[in-house]
Design a protein. Structure first.
Length: 108
């Protein structure tokens, strides 16, 4: 049964995204990172779960984004932590990008 309590939050026009696009949004109290890499779009939690460092400053390596603070790697698609340097941590929350007309957003 679909959750009828979720709300669509617009983030950006689809036409604004291009490779290397990165933008941080605060939506409903969540710090989110919308990015495009090699033609694919991703929406992830912007705060590293290990030490709360902003992920928008991270380098993309293959299909992962690296936290610039301690080098943890997280899969862009799922948010799963694929490499840790100081002990395991949970992954980044990944969110589905919703396309409504010409606008990209998230349902929360």
């Amino acid at each position: 049964m679909p959750d009828t309590h979720k709300i669509f939050y617009p983030l950006a026009p689809a036409s604004a995204l291009h490779d290397n696009y990165r933008k941080v949004f605060v939506v409903n109290g969540l710090d989110l990172l919308l990015l495009q890499h090699e033609g694919k779009r991703y929406l992830l939690e912007n705060i590293c779960p290990h030490a709360a460092y902003p992920m928008h400053e991270g380098q993309i390596i293959g299909t992962d984004i690296r936290c610039p603070m301690h080098g943890y790697l997280f899969d862009l698609q799922s948010g799963t932590c694929t490499l840790y340097t100081e002990g395991p941590c949970r992954g980044l929350q990944a969110y589905a990008i919703i396309n409504q007309g010409a606008v990209l957003g998230v349902m929360l």
